[in-house]
Design a binder for this molecule. Structure first.
Ligand code: MTE
Length: 322
């Protein structure tokens, strides 16, 4: 990923909309009014509107009071989505110029007993609706946020797919639409964007498919309508706007690894002790805290989720887990 110096005209991180209330409305109405709405709410036990207006309930098990969620404005305007431009502020503009994310079909395929093609909203209904979890988010570029995601545990989708015993990995493929999506006509990456997990990582209780942020439908620039969330890994693992989830016997090659295997690996577990070849991973800039440059804080092993996930990697060399 290219590190760039923010331009003067970019949104200052202090210029955020204060958080306010919003009502539960169907996704289409929500999308129409999202730009006009002032902010979002984070109410324990509240019903939150997400994809297709599904009520999402705050899951208190994933709401650490120490974590201060980043403002909605920042989460949705400081983005990496190379299909829509390589500057942080471009996806918000370019992904909302008529690119349609509803209806959206996702295919569940490969080594599973219940392959299917299903519309994203129908999938959320089938899996019992959405819940909200507040997770830390750490980008490989050494910045971080705290994000209230709405969605469902990936393990529920895996149970529905019913993988065969030979399935050891899962891949997540992003849409491919070079005709309408200019970034996909560039060679910045091999398209479509692809990410992968080991099946046991994918089945871990923290692995999540997001359909919303702050109780609102997930905006296009953040990966509508379905995007992967794996909070102990660097953000490039969080494939956006997924069209295919495939069960595999062999480890897939993810897009960033294919592009530059010296700098990006398959595991991408957050590890402050292993520097990126071009910069330190020991600390991170907290977006939205401490003025325009952001407050710096120490990066935690596994992004603070070591207690939950370290057992997945028992016996493996931590330096090989990047
Ligand atoms: N998914 C797709 N399809 N294309 C991308 O360029 N960028 C990744 C990841 N998922 C990316 C993607 C990277 S590098 C990061 S850090 C996160 O999305 C950023 O997510 P955000 O923009 O919602 O913060």
């Amino acid at each position: 990923m290219h590190i760039r110096v923010p331009k003067d005209w970019e949104l200052p991180e202090s210029a955020v909309t204060p958080e306010g209330d919003y009502a539960l409305r169907p996704r289409r109405d929500f999308l129409k009014s999202a730009a006009a709405a002032g902010g979002a709410a984070l109410l324990p036990g509240a019903l939150l509107g997400t994809t297709a207006g599904f009520p999402s309930r705050v899951n208190p098990a994933y709401r650490d009071p120490e974590l201060k969620p980043t403002a909605y404005e920042l989460i949705t305007s400081y983005c990496n989505f190379y299909e829509f431009g390589t500057a942080k502020d471009q996806p918000k503009v370019n992904a909302n110029r008529g690119w349609k994310t509803e209806p959206w079909t996702v295919e569940i395929a490969g080594l599973c007993r219940n392959p299917m093609k299903i519309e994203a909203n129908d999938l959320v209904t089938k899996l019992g609706g959405a819940e909200q979890r507040v997770y830390r988010f750490r980008c490989v570029e050494a910045w971080s946020m705290v994000i209230p995601w709405d969605g469902f545990p990936l393990s529920k989708l895996i149970a529905l797919a019913d993988p065969k015993p030979e399935a050891k990995f899962v891949s997540f493929t992003t849409f491919n639409d070079p005709k309408n999506v200019p970034g996909q006509r560039s060679d910045v990456l091999d398209w479509p964007y692809l990410e992968g997990l080991r099946l046991d990582e994918a089945n871990h209780e923290l692995s999540f498919i997001a359909t919303g942020i702050y109780g609102r439908p997930i905006p296009n620039q953040n990966g509508a309508p379905l995007r992967l969330v794996v909070p102990w890994k660097y953000g490039f693992k969080y494939g956006k706007s997924i069209v295919k989830i495939e069960f595999l016997s062999r480890q897939p090659v993810n897009s960033w690894q294919a592009m530059n295997p010296r700098e990006y690996g398959f595991y991408a577990n957050v590890n402050p002790a292993v520097d990126h070849p071009r910069w330190s991973q020991a600390s991170e800039r907290v977006i939205g805290a401490g003025g325009a440059l952001g407050m710096r804080q120490k990066t935690l092993p596994f992004n603070g989720y070591g207690k939950q996930v370290a057992a997945l990697y028992a016996g493996m060399d931590p330096r090989k887990l990047f």
